[in-house]
Ligand binder design. Structure first.
Ligand code: PEP
Ligand code: MN
Length: 366
């Protein structure tokens, strides 16, 4: 499946990256205009501000609503920046279009609900407006893909995805776990869709924005959506994760913006050479694993003959400890070796179980 045809957005920060920035919420006309003016000094390509805020619990600030739309227009006119807003219902779409907002985004809680996404998609039929689709709150790639497809099927062809992390129960270092493998899998399935990262909602804290943004750029994401407020500590929503435009400027300065590819023939040659070596090693690893499994099966036959259990706990404890000790000396992350050894052990048990079960069937037949 490869349905997305993104068009060139036209606004780029250095190294072709898109930067969307603005407050979590538009609070007052003054707050929005002041923030927008300072952001317009940066290589920002679009301004964001929520006016309908999907709050998890009631009695929190739920956005200023329709009265914020003229402020967005004014911010756009004053700075020359296009503006985008979150929509969560057909009424929001209608109002945002009425006030000529330049782009829309669908929030994480809406993406998680196909009825909501379909209602938004229906309201968008016949419009030519870019739409950003955030990942759903839960780590479900199919829901994210489904939301993108619903918007695309409504005739919208400027669609980009926003990775904002996935919620998990309890307090953790991340407000929403990045689970980078999910946007990477989205990229494999839809190679042409642009993916922006929202480090503000992933980290939940302003001092995590740099490291998360850098990782996203290292993964080849096309840009960032960062929350920025003229006075973050006074923000009416998401105060801890917002930065001033000045701080955002410093973050952008520090970010390395690697290119997706390089045409230098010397570089290409060396990379190709190293990749060939990697290919060889990978196939050697697979051959070795296959040899290991042959021995595992032989041991399985032997256990069967002697009627002993597949799991020999002392042996497993010894394997685990010695491999972990070796891994420590190699400087490899212990968690990686732990999952590798566990995966090999599980496959070994599966293969020996196959042998034991085959024997049982044989005996019954006899
Ligand atoms: C937001 O962008 O302010 C927002 C509510 O985001 P999310 O849908 O990612 O929680
Ligand atoms: Mn927010």
């Amino acid at each position: 499946m490869n349905i997305i045809k993104t068009k060139d957005w036209g606004y780029h920060i250095p190294a072709g990256k898109l930067l969307i920035a603005g407050p979590c919420s538009a609070e007052t006309e003054e707050q929005l205009i002041k923030t927008a003016l300072q952001l317009s000094e940066l290589p920002v390509f679009m301004l964001r501000a929520g006016i309908w805020k999907p709050r998890t619990r009631p009695n929190a600030f739920e956005g200023v609503g329709e009265k914020g739309l003229p402020w967005l227009n004014l911010a756009s006119k004053t700075t020359g920046l296009p503006v985008c807003v979150e929509v969560a219902s057909p009424e929001h779409v209608e109002l945002a279009l009425k006030y000529e907002v330049d782009a829309l985004w669908i929030g994480a809680r809406s993406t998680a609900n196909p009825f909501t996404v379909q209602a938004i998609a229906d309201a968008l039929k016949g419009c030519d407006i870019p739409v950003f689709v955030k990942n759903p709150v839960n780590p479900d790639l199919q829901l994210w893909l489904g939301a993108i497809e619903r918007i695309y099927n409504a005739g919208i062809n400027r669609i980009a995805a926003i990775h904002r992390g996935f919620s998990v129960y309890g307090q953790h270092r991340y407000r929403n776990f990045p689970q980078w493998e999910i946007p990477i899998e989205l990229r494999r399935i839809l190679p042409n869709i642009e993916i922006l990262c929202d480090p503000s909602h992933i980290g939940g804290k302003r001092d995590m924005i740099f490291e998360i943004s850098q990782h996203a750029l290292n993964m080849g994401f096309e840009g960032l959506m960062v929350e920025s407020h003229i006075s973050p500590d006074d923000a009416w929503s998401d105060a801890a994760q917002q930065v001033t435009p000045l701080q955002l400027g410093q973050i952008i300065e520090r970010l390395q913006k690697p290119e997706l590819s390089c045409n230098d023939p010397i570089f290409k040659n060396k990379l190709e050479n190293l990749r060939k070596q990697i290919d060889n090693l990978d196939f050697k690893i697979l051959d070795l694993l296959s040899q290991r499994m042959e021995l595992v099966r032989e041991i399985g036959e032997y256990k069967k003959e002697n009627n002993i259990t597949i799991l020999q706990i002392e042996r497993w404890a010894e394997i685990f400890a010695s491999r972990m000790e070796k891994a420590e000396k190699m400087g490899t992350a212990p968690a990686f070796i732990e999952s590798l050894i566990n995966a090999i052990h599980q496959e070994s048990i599966r293969q020996q179980t196959e042998i034991i079960n085959a024997e049982k069937t044989y005996k019954v037949k006899k």
